[in-house]
Design a protein around this ligand. Sequence first.
Ligand code: G3P
Length: 216
Amino acid sequence: MKFFIDTADISAIRELYASGLCDGVTTNPSLIKKSGRDFKEVIAEICEIVDGPVSAEVIATETEVMLAEGRALAKIADNVVIKLPLTMDGLKACKIFSEEGVATNVTLCFSANQALLAAKVGASYISPFIGRLDDIHVDGLELIQEIRQIYDNYGFETEILAASIRSPLHVKECALAGADVMTAPPAVIAGLSNHPLTDKGLAAFLADAKAAGITV
Ligand code: G3P
């Protein structure tokens, strides 16, 4: 499973990318707002750090304007992926970008039927938001499982990019369900290595090494 970082925080991206645990980056207007920086400047800087796909979201709601915005964003760097909302206008824009060979990430997906539509218009990625479904007492993981089954039934090549990941448990569940990619905030990715028994075991090994005078 590929790991994307869901952030516009440059220092966090730099740190995780150096660790080898970052295959790409996703952003959205809320994350750009949080960064307090100019949208295109941040995307350009992220693309200089990361070789993998970097999702940048349009803010238009009409196909023609989405196309113009998407083309402007695609000019920033070769690894920019145009993020489009899962609306009829977004799907139409996705179809045109697919035919032009422009990579797309269809976002704000909350149902298997929406994911089916995104695959039919050739989206590179579909982003089901599992945390936001959990928030309203709907099983977000079940959505990932359904999309996996539908895409496999018909051989769709659209990659399932599990988004709105809030916890290490979400990461494990998405991996078990066969998501191609997951995108999570830096803290969630960093937290995946934590285990209290690892900490306890290491403390014991280090204490014994000191007591035995072991040097390397
Ligand atoms: O980037 C989209 C998605 O990952 C947002 O997550 O936590 O705001 O629902 P969240």
